[in-house]
Ligand binder design. Structure first.
Ligand SMILES: C[S@@+](CC[C@H](N)C(=O)[O-])C[C@H]1O[C@@H](n2cnc3c(N)ncnc32)[C@H](O)[C@@H]1O
Length: 281
């Protein structure tokens, strides 16, 4: 499979709402999917260019500083932090591991993961917003070789520009709720993980299904609310993609804020089974 990966070598002038790595037929099939991608990219392009640290889903980013380790975060990445939890707290990456971050934004979790996997490992971020990719690469270049084991690839998480069976951990921080095709995200995560690889993400989940009209509010979708799944739907789709040992924990209290329904900041973990464990006894 070949990927059309667009590489912004200099600061993008404006937000670009085009779809990358998306098959043409799918783009024409579903206009509302295009609208969602456009609204999402516009919002995060603005954040990338303005240094406006704006948590997805409310005031509390749920960001934890990995206090027990010596991991540090570049201030430039903190400035555009837009997560809602700490996926790295769910896993224990070792020297040499490969960590993939879906929707890496300004790179906050990638710069952390980089220090955990060491020089023989790799931390790869994929993001669909050219301005975010530019921002993360700028930060990387500020620190010389310190983050040499990181890479930021422009692409969509429904069509990952990553080889199959190549990564030990798929992480993500407040991104999957933004996708108009979550099953594709889970299938792609499953494809790129090695056997026994771990999917560990922070995301917004809903207490119960919300009305269709609320789903169509693009502002609320791009603010990480209207596209969120309920826990049971999250579990159903992960199972359908092939994942096992699925666990969902709420890390914030139910939050209502300006929305007429409750949602949580959640940590979700699942495992890609090994071929052996799938074989009949
Ligand atoms: C809420 S921000 C989170 C950024 C980062 N994970 C963090 O914790 O700061 C969402 C990010 O996901 C990216 N994104 C949203 N939908 C995407 C998609 N379908 N494919 C790739 N990236 C996407 C956006 O461009 C944005 O950078």
């Amino acid at each position: 499979m070949s990927f059309r990966v667009l590489e912004p070598s200099k600061k993008p002038a404006t937000s670009q709402a085009r779809s990358i790595n998306t098959p043409q037929n799918k783009q024409h099939e579903n206009m509302s999917e295009l609208e969602i991608r456009k609204a999402v990219k516009e919002r995060y392009a603005k954040i990338a260019l303005s240094s406006d640290s704006s948590c997805c889903a409310g005031e509390d980013c749920g960001d934890v500083n990995l206090a027990t380790s010596s991991v540090t975060v570049p201030v430039e990445a903190s400035a555009v932090n837009a997560g809602c939890g700490s996926p790295l707290l769910l896993i224990n990456p070792r020297e040499g591991d490969v960590v993939l971050d879906l929707g890496s934004g300004g790179g906050i979790d990638i710069f952390r993961a980089s220090q955990l996997v060491g020089t023989s490992g790799k931390a790869i971020g994929v993001d669909a917003t050219p301005e975010m990719i530019w921002r993360a690469r700028e930060t990387k270049s500020t620190y010389g070789d310190k983050y040499a084991n990181t890479e930021f690839r422009l692409g969509e998480i429904e069509y990952l520009p990553i080889e199959s069976n190549a990564v030990d951990y798929v992480i993500s921080n407040c991104v999957i709720n933004l996708s108009p095709d979550k099953l594709a995200v889970f299938r792609e995560s499953f494809r790129v993980l090695k056997e026994d690889g771990v999917f560990a993400v922070a995301d917004v989940t809903l207490q119960k299904e919300i009305p269709d009209a609320a789903r169509k509010d693009m502002d609320s979708w791009s603010a990480c609310i209207a596209g969120a799944l309920t826990d049971s739907e999250y579990e159903r789709l992960l199972t359908s993609a092939g994942f096992q040992d699925i666990k969902i924990d709420h890390v914030s209290d139910s939050n209502i804020g300006e929305y007429p329904f409750s949602y949580f900041s959640s940590h979700i973990k699942a495992r890609k089974p090994s071929a052996n464990s799938l074989r009949a006894p």
